[in-house]
Design a protein around this ligand. Structure first.
Ligand code: PLP
Length: 388
């Protein structure tokens, strides 16, 4: 695909928009119609029907998202999990096998552990930082290698270049959950990934007001995913398409601000004597800093840290904050904070959690678009006043 515009800020506004604009409307109208008058279509998937993801509200998003990641094609889905599960099932069937990053997003991990084996699909977990170890996990039926651009909640960056190379060498489909980086910071197709997946609920939409997903990448694989999605029914409603489309128009402005604020906050936390450790790939102290600097335009708005004291101290600190809301999810304009041991890892036994590095006191912050000076002042007053 040839790039029409130099800047992603132009792409988010103009790529994929109907030419000429529909009824001269500058903003994309909502096509709140489930069905469309038959006009000679000869295949089922071409019929005008909202579940088949082919309304004008879907078309504009598909073209825009493909352009944002410099990829051949894109597809929106009813949720991030719908994008992930449908794309995996479009490629793997009974008897096949998948290599997966060892601590992926909780929903993805549960799907891999609980559902894939029931469907006859084998899963082996891999250490994203140790490519030499992957070959021992490969078998003749391996079809997919699945990773994430930045892992949650410790913010590791796997060896993404090695993943692409390994996939090419062993004829695997390379898949990456690109939610945490967003197309502003990383475009997986540019380094050779076959498919990029998103929870569009997070940065792409950016306003904590809808659930959506996206699959972006090679056209043959996106088409296969669309065909299965049309059977499984995980379509995105036209009104949600409209909201997502509106959210994407400010993606560059939001994410660059979040990159800057999260780096600033990470440095502030790292320098505070009540803070024991900070995980943010933008910090020079982070083990994957060089890799992140080489691959990404910025490290996003997600960071985690631990304080002096136990989990009660962490809760006391969090309860003193005025700006970040205690809530799961991430990537929106509102700063959100959680303690992962009580949310995504609540049902993981403590010993296993700690072996993964998720201590009871670990705090995860999704930095929003508020003024960084207000966020730092708020963090400072909570740090100064909580009791260890
Ligand atoms: C939230 C999230 C998902 C799941 O997305 P939903 O939109 O909630 O279905 C998948 N991967 C990552 C990295 C996420 O943060």
């Amino acid at each position: 695909m040839t790039r029409r515009f130099k800047s992603i800020d132009t792409q988010v506004v103009h790529e994929g928009e109907p030419q000429p604009r529909i009824e001269h409307a500058v903003a994309m109208p909502i096509f709140q119609s489930s069905t469309y008058v038959h006009s000679g279509e000869t295949s089922y998937d071409a019929l005008g029907y909202a579940r088949l993801n082919n309304t004008p509200n879907h078309d504009v998003l598909h073209a825009k998202l493909a352009a944002l990641e410099n990829a051949e094609a894109a597809l929106v889905t009813s949720s991030g999990m719908s994008a992930i599960t449908t794309a995996i099932l479009a490629i793997c069937g009974a008897g096949d096998h998948i290599l997966m990053l060892d601590s992926p997003y909780g929903g993805t991990r549960s799907f891999a552990v609980e559902d894939l084996p029931r469907l006859g699909i084998g899963v082996s977990f891999i250490d994203g930082d140790n490519p030499e170890s992957w070959i021992s996990k490969l078998d003749a039926n391996s079809r997919v290698i699945y990773v994430e651009s930045i892992s949650n909640p410790l913010m590791h960056v796997p060896d993404l270049e090695a993943v692409v190379e390994f996939a090419r060498k062993h004829r695997l489909v390379s898949m990456i959950d690109n939610t945490f980086t967003s197309p502003v910071n990383f475009r997986p197709a540019e380094i050779g990934f076959d498919l990029s997946l998103h929870s569009a609920t997070k940065y792409l939409n950016g306003h904590d007001d809808l659930i959506a997903g996206a699959v972006i990448g090679r056209k043959d694989l996106v088409d296969k995913t669309l065909h299965l999605l049309n059977h499984l029914g995980g379509c995105l409603d036209p009104h949600a398409c409209f909201l997502l489309h509106r959210g994407i128009k400010t993606l560059g402005l939001r994410v660059r601000k979040q990159n800057d604020s999260a780096l600033c906050i990470s440095k502030f936390l790292e320098a505070h004597d009540k803070v024991e450790s900070v995980n943010y790939p933008g910090l020079e102290s982070h083990p994957d800093h060089e890799r992140a600097k080489r691959l990404f335009n910025g490290c996003g708005g997600m960071l985690s840290f631990t304080l002096a004291g136990d989990h009660e101290a962490a809760d006391a600190f969090m309860s003193r904050l005025m700006i970040p809301l205690v809530a799961v999810s991430l990537g929106g304009v509102d700063s959100l904070i959680i303690r992962p041991a009580t949310t995504a890892y609540a049902s993981t036994p403590k010993a296993k959690r700690e072996a993964l590095g998720i201590t009871d006191g670990l705090i995860r912050l999704s930095v929003g678009t508020e003024g960084v000076e207000d966020l730092i002042e708020d963090l400072l007053q909570a740090l100064e006043s909580y009791a260890q």
